[in-house]
Design a protein around this ligand. Structure first.
Ligand SMILES: [Zn+2]
Length: 276
């Protein structure tokens, strides 16, 4: 029988501490620059760093993987559970938004740029070299968590990143990482429970369908409050196209593209006028 996981906050990211047969399983580790506050919260839960025997990584981004090296240095016996593709991604040492990611709405792209101006988050993270004792997932897994004494399974949910994975407990609670989101920037900018950065929209929605079909009831995102899985059903495929994120396409270029489009419209208008 699972007890409710404790929430460990790392700035805007929520991590979760699950009681296992032997010690604890930690879902994500938050930002590297929040180490002190993170360990302080574990202390408040009366949990020593060494009691964390497994870390489940929802994906490789800096707000989830920041303290992997810290936990390994404090306890070399800790085992990281991650998606196979995370092995190479964790070596890069930063989020790869700048090359690939897009955002769900135009309003989101604009707000992201404004947030970036005031944010001290760089997307950089100490690279982590996966060890032989870590556990690489290639497919959904209904056995591993049960072996650890946690009643639930691992489901792969790519789309936000190639290595995204969730934990679905038997009671229907889904620990989603960034496979869905309910934080205020996402909701205010019309992202409809999608995350504010998506690598592949079709893949992302396929993962939502998988979450809906697998019997999840309540989604616990890494960003924002828990919400009913019905929100995923209601908003499924409502975002139909993605916008380039300010990081994948420099804002100046983006502006000049808009300016070029305006000029083109003006030219067309002038041409029409001439024809009349
Ligand atoms: Zn995140």
């Amino acid at each position: 029988m699972n007890t409710d996981p404790a929430i460990i906050k790392s700035h805007d990211t929520k991590c979760f501490l699950m009681k296992a047969k032997d010690g604890y399983l930690l879902v994500d580790t938050g930002y590297v620059w929040r180490q002190e506050a993170f360990v302080g919260q574990l202390r408040k839960q009366n949990v020593a760093v060494r009691e964390i025997r497994h870390i489940f990584l929802t994906h490789y981004h800096d707000d989830h993987s920041g303290l992997l090296n810290y936990f390994v240095s404090e306890n070399p016996d800790v085992r990281i559970i991650l998606h196979k593709s995370g092995k190479d991604l964790l070596l890069i040492g930063r989020n790869t938004y700048d090359r690939n990611a897009c955002v769900p709405t135009r309003r989101c792209a604009k707000s992201w740029h404004v947030l970036d101006l005031f944010s001290n988050q760089t997307g950089r993270v100490p690279p982590y070299a996966v060890r032989e004792t870590d556990i690489l997932q290639e497919e959904d897994d209904d056995a591993l968590l049960r072996e650890l004494g946690i009643d639930g399974k691992i489901i792969l949910t790519p789309g936000h990143s190639p290595d995204s994975m969730c934990i679905l407990l038997d009671n229907g609670d889904l620990y989603a990482g960034d496979a869905a989101m309910s934080s205020w920037p996402a909701l205010l900018t019309g992202c409809k429970y999608t995350t504010i950065a998506i690598l592949d929209l079709d893949m992302y929605y396929d993962s939502w369908q998988k979450i809906i079909d697998c019997g999840a009831k309540v989604v616990h995102p890494a960003h924002g409050k828990p919400f009913s899985v019905k929100k995923l059903e209601e908003n499924h495929r409502k975002i139909k196209k993605l916008w380039p994120s300010p990081k994948s396409r420099p804002v100046r270029k983006w502006r000049s593209a808009r300016a070029a489009a305006k000029t083109k419209k003006d030219a067309e208008r002038a041409e029409r006028r001439e024809r009349i």
